[in-house]
Design a protein around this ligand. Structure first.
Ligand code: ARG
Length: 563
């Protein structure tokens, strides 16, 4: 039942002359403080129409409406406050959660439309950075939120696996490299060769000529060059996949930049045919002045393609292959301007999916106040951060619950969950300063806090295993339960807004709110007391466990039953 609709319908007879039910519905608010009711109608917004004091309007409304379906309807200053019939409302929400289980909150708004998500996309032979972590976990969560809204997400890892740097890498490897080292630790060694190349080429500029030649060979399909490139790619991917495995993130496709090598000419031809390419100082550009943007450089004067040339080919490919309902790019905010240009070029080309192309940017991440960058030499390997986190979680569990049977598994779920949650609870555009110890605390707004509330609910259910939980929600008169029930009721709406704003933080914040409400309930009421309402209370606990687990799943965080 849509209770906001009930409020709107109740108000309608008093306001029918001036407002439609839809107008009324849109004005209804959800007071933050439940002492002010569960829903509130702001009567002051009608002061002009009625030419009366807001308080008087509110009082007149209450006189004219039928309030029997509510616990209470009151005038409070310029507002009409509605207090829901708690017992009926609770029974209603619990019935929904218990019968739908993990499907609670699922909607079909997306009509199964395809949504490619360009995410993670690290560069071959370079360490995956904390910035790539953000793209990976934000993208992964948005994919889950898309599914919950009835879309079909396609997670694509657009690897940086092509470019002149491979000429340098091949040159460096053949001079100073060693197969065994690369196999043992691909990323650090490949980075080492690359750094050495840049040190040496200051005094030996002929190295640059060599590198250019190797890249040319690579482009021409030379066997040795291609073999080395493919091997660097494979070894790097092994290292990346180890991290993705730890994070529990899977991709549907790994169509990196190289995948589009043979698809760019057609794009250039199409731009020409549509008369969009213009010469500018020998280069080929698309004019974007009508978008108030700088021209997009498509081909350099030597005919070489650019990052955007590949991205245009990528978008065209996705358009043809998936007929996307939306096209999403989870890439850091430093590429904001670039994605505006990309979208503008695609719009000029008349690409169907250009309209619903969204760049989903995110802010910077620092660790303990320090910026992360591979160039400055301070390489923070994500893998190490994950391992540190798991280690810390292990220590905490050893202290708190030494008898836990599957300690290692739980430590992984908690350690990794803390990192993912610590990222996703922030609005994505905010910069994050990450402090591992803070994110691992069992109190405060952390992943472990929410996981612990879930585990606590599961532990109650284990203790009460002799009671059958009603399949439809029995009435719950328990006043302490109210905030928890209301939080449960808000899950389906949260799923919708989180997608509208591409904000996993909506889900994370929601999970904190539900966990907090439940912990309060747990502290104030005797859930396991043997009385007539025990099954109803357990129905609430079970619903909380289900929804917390589901909210965490949408974030890509696991929910252990015991911790
Ligand atoms: N590899 C790029 C980087 O590390 C990100 C690629 C983003 N995706 C894209 N289609 N441009 O900055």
């Amino acid at each position: 039942m849509d209770y906001k609709q009930l409020v709107a319908d109740t108000l309608a007879p008093a306001l029918a002359d001036s407002l439609s039910v839809t107008d009324i519905y849109q004005k209804i608010e959800r007071p933050k403080d439940s002492a002010k009711g569960d829903y509130a109608f702001p009567a002051f917004t009608l002061a002009k129409i009625f030419k009366k004091a807001p308080q008087q309007i509110a009082a007149d409304i209450v006189d004219q409406i039928d309030t029997t379906q509510f616990d209470k309807v009151e005038v409070a200053g310029p507002y009409v406050n509605f207090f829901l019939d708690k017992a009926n409302f609770s029974a209603d929400i619990l019935t929904q959660v218990l019968t739908e289980g993990a499907d609670y909150g699922q909607n079909e708004n997306g009509n199964n439309g395809n949504v490619p998500i360009d995410m993670s996309s690290p560069n071959i032979a370079k360490p995956i950075s904390m910035g790539h972590l953000r793209s990976t976990v934000i993208g992964n969560s948005i994919a889950e939120i898309l599914k919950k809204n009835g879309y079909n997400p396609i997670k694509d890892n657009h690897l940086g696996d092509w470019g002149t740097q491979f000429g340098k890498l091949i040159t460096a490897y053949l001079k100073w490299g060693n197969e065994e080292d690369v196999k043992k630790d691909p990323i650090s060694n490949l980075v080492k060769y690359y750094v050495k190349f840049h040190k040496e080429d200051v005094e030996h500029p002929e190295l640059d000529d060599e590198a250019r030649e190797w890249f040319k060979k690579l482009e021409d399909g030379d066997e040795e060059a291609h073999h080395l490139w493919a091997w660097f790619r494979e070894e790097s991917l092994k290292a990346f996949n180890a991290i993705y495995d730890k994070l529990g993130v899977k991709f549907d496709t790994y169509n990196g930049e190289a995948f589009y090598n043979d698809k760019m000419q057609a794009v250039v031809d199409e731009l020409k045919a549509k008369d969009l390419l213009h010469e500018s100082q020998g280069a080929q550009v698309v004019d974007l002045s009508k978008y108030d943007l700088n021209p997009a450089l498509i081909l350099k004067s030597d005919g070489a393609s650019l990052y955007i040339t590949r991205d245009i080919a990528t978008a065209v490919y996705r358009d043809k292959t998936y007929h996307p309902a939306m096209n999403l790019y989870v890439v850091g905010s430093e590429q904001m301007y670039y994605f505006k240009q990309l979208k503008a070029v695609l719009t000029e080309m008349g690409l169907a999916s250009a309209k619903d192309l969204h760049h989903i940017p995110f802010g910077l991440i620092t660790v303990d106040g320090k910026k992360l960058s591979t160039r400055s030499g301070r390489i923070i390997l994500l893998d190490e951060v994950l391992d540190d986190s798991i280690e810390m979680a292990k220590k905490q569990i050893a202290e708190k619950n030494p008898d836990l049977p599957n300690k290692d598994e739980v430590a992984k779920q908690v350690g990794v969950g803390a990192i993912i949650f610590g990222d996703l609870k922030n609005e994505r555009m905010n910069s994050i300063d990450f402090n591992l110890a803070d994110q691992l605390k069992f109190e405060g707004e952390t992943g472990p806090y929410v996981q612990y509330a879930h585990a606590r609910a599961e532990s109650i259910l284990r203790k009460a295993s002799d009671v059958t939980i009603p399949e439809t929600g029995a009435k719950l008169s328990d006043p302490e339960a109210w905030e928890t029930v209301k939080a449960l009721a808000d899950f389906p709406d949260t799923v919708v807004t989180a997608l509208k704003e591409f904000e996993p933080s909506d889900i994370a914040k929601y999970s904190i709110r539900l966990a907090k409400a439940f912990n309060k309930y747990y502290a104030h009421s005797k859930i396991l007391a043997d009385d007539a309402e025990k099954p109803a209370r357990l129905a609430l606990v079970k619903s909380v466990s289900t929804v917390l687990k589901e909210a965490l799943r949408l974030l890509g965080v696991e929910a252990p039953n015991e911790m």
